[in-house]
Write a protein that binds this ligand. Structure first.
Ligand code: CDP
Length: 227
């Protein structure tokens, strides 16, 4: 018999397939899908714009405390899965630009920024019936989650996926620059002092190398019986 988890936490490094899995799983369960990375990306985008740099930790933290971030159903049919609004502006695609990619991990390592984002994420997660995705959901944001998945894949496979995504959006990027930037981000994310990227002790570790998103979903469905 399938027992349905109330809260699902999915963590893992960049482009391991977390978002695709979470979206499909949320669809299957009829739950809300919430990608916490968009919040750190929105803070980074607005900080770069307002301060031209993200190096002033105090200013960036104050910004994180007052920024108004909203995630809503898609308002435009341009391939987006949801809208991301920051301070009343649609930033859905802007938060995916290379400048944000290059700076988001430094912003996410600021303890005050994490405090502000984690509080909002917990409020959403504790309502239940949610699949929440990030780096620290199973370890810090929602340690009470009844199903925790840590989805991994090799750096080359992850960079290849991100490269194809960007090519499809018509962006000109080199594979090597994506691989380098992703390795840099993983390094910062897994060595920071607060809420580093790592599997929770009770997480199920999966690897998406060489298997399709559907196959990963099938593996997760078999886990539902045990949680
Ligand atoms: O989509 P991708 O895996 O490239 O990244 P993301 O999930 O959008 O997250 C972007 C960045 O936000 C990560 O590299 C982390 O630095 C940070 N992040 C975090 O620290 N904690 C989370 N719960 C989610 C994202």
């Amino acid at each position: 018999m399938i027992r349905i988890p109330y809260i699902v936490a999915i963590d893992g490094p960049a482009a391991s397939g977390k978002s695709t899995l979470a979206e499909k799983l949320a669809d299957f369960l009829g739950y809300l899908y919430f990608d916490t990375g968009v919040m750190y990306r929105a803070v980074t985008l607005i900080a770069l714009r307002e301060f031209q740099s993200i190096n002033d930790e105090l200013r960036v933290t104050k910004l994180a405390e007052r920024i108004d971030i909203d995630v809503r159903p898609p308002s435009v049919q341009d391939g987006r899965k949801y809208d991301v609004w920051a301070n009343g502006e649609d930033v859905t695609w802007l938060i995916r630009c290379p400048e944000v990619d290059a700076n988001v991990s430094q912003v996410s390592a600021y303890p005050g920024v994490r405090r502000a984002m984690t509080a909002q994420q917990r409020r959403i997660g504790q309502r239940g019936r949610v699949v929440m995705v990030g780096r620290d959901i199973g370890t810090v944001v929602l340690p009470e989650a009844d199903l925790k998945i840590y989805l991994d894949a090799s750096a080359e496979e992850r960079a290849r996926r991100r490269y194809l995504e960007m090519q499809q959006r018509g962006e000109e990027v080199s594979f090597q620059s994506i691989l380098d930037s992703m390795r840099r981000r993983d390094q910062i994310d897994s060595t920071r002092e607060v809420a580093p990227l790592r599997p929770a002790e009770d997480a199920v570790i999966l690897n998406s190398d060489g298997i399709t998103a559907e196959e990963v979903l099938e593996q997760v469905k078999t886990l539902l019986a045990d949680c």
